[in-house]
Design a protein around this ligand. Structure first.
Ligand SMILES: [Zn+2]
Length: 319
């Protein structure tokens, strides 16, 4: 069918992608991570100068911390600037998950497909996060509170941030309108009241091939977009012979971005360190079998499950 982009929409998207998109990690086919090259430039990198400053402060603080047990969060949080930022702040306690199964000009969901995707992909992704949280002593209850079906998106969603450098930012806006809200802010506020939690994760899911991404504005960004994930039923470009629809690890990876997790695969130096320290971390590579992934101490730190700065983050190569 004919493409239905408008020039205005493309221009808007071009601004957004540079600021706030994070695409999913590369897929690995086995239990161990076999990672292929990624083209996404890390938006999390700090300058060499600032990492040096942070490192020397780190050494001083480590020495002090042996004497004083109090944690210096102004120091600690310098290493995780995306934590506690945006609409999704803290991945603990009760977290409501709202699903929007999106239809568009070329794809739609049947009830049976929605049921199957929820059971085989979303629920295992949520269970993975809960189990990993427990390993860090964090209580986490992710509950699917509401599923919207037949939500029509009138544009053409960008299926690969990597290929185009652009991200689609108005899917949740249209989803909110379809759900009867004038905007995403009022929708999220309503959900917070209804589901009795400040933390609401919105997943918009298209029944076609694509590379999932998270819309998660960073600290100091002027563009205000409520955080959410754009998920696809199948990986873009996956060969017919490969598994299709194994999205549980991708869903968990993208959700973690909303709460502050950073990619480990984008910058070569960080990737090398991550392979050594956190070979199965879900932010390094998303396994076709989510049981092959875990959440290592760096990702746990980025999302606030742990407060000790992991040693690799003090390495200039990490930043
Ligand atoms: Zn990512």
């Amino acid at each position: 069918m004919k493409k239905i982009f408008t020039l205005a929409a493309v221009a808007l998207l071009a601004v957004a992608c540079l600021l706030c998109s994070s695409c999913s990690g590369e897929k690995s086919t086995g239990i161990t991570s076999s990672h292929t090259s990624a083209t996404q430039t890390s938006t999390h990198a700090t300058t060499a100068e600032s990492s040096k400053t942070v490192q020397s402060t780190a050494q001083a603080s480590t020495a002090e911390s042996t004497k004083a047990p109090q944690k210096d969060f102004s120091y600690i949080n310098k290493f995780r600037e995306d934590y506690n930022v945006g609409t999704c702040k803290d991945l603990s306690g009760k977290v409501a998950v709202v699903l929007f199964f999106m239809d568009d000009f070329e794809s739609k969901w049947t009830n049976a497909e929605i049921e199957s995707f929820t059971k085989k992909e979303i629920e295992p992704g949520l269970e993975f996060l809960e189990k990993e949280a427990a390993k860090y002593g964090v209580s986490l209850e992710l509950s699917i509170e509401k599923t919207y079906k037949s939500v029509y998106y009138s544009g053409e969603v960008i299926e690969s941030v990597r290929n185009t450098g652009l991200a689609t930012i108005d899917v949740l806006v249209q989803a909110a309108n379809a759900a009867g809200f004038s905007n995403t802010v009022s929708m999220l506020n309503r959900f917070r009241i209804l589901y009795k939690t400040d933390e609401v994760v919105c997943l918009t899911i298209f029944n076609k091939d694509g590379t999932a991404y998270a819309i998660n504005p960073k600290k100091d960004e002027t563009m205000k977009i409520d955080e959410h994930c754009i998920i696809f039923a199948r990986d873009l470009g996956s060969a017919e012979t490969e598994h299709k629809g194994f999205q549980a690890s991708v869903i968990a990876h993208e959700m973690l971005h909303l709460f502050g997790a950073e990619d480990f695969y984008a910058a070569a130096a960080r990737k090398k360190l991550a392979r050594a320290y956190y070979p199965n971390d879900i932010m390094l590579s998303t396994s076709f079998n989510i049981r092959g992934n875990n959440i290592g101490e760096a990702t746990a730190f980025y999302i606030g499950w742990a407060d000790n700065v992991p040693p690799p983050l003090l390495d200039p190569d990490w930043n």
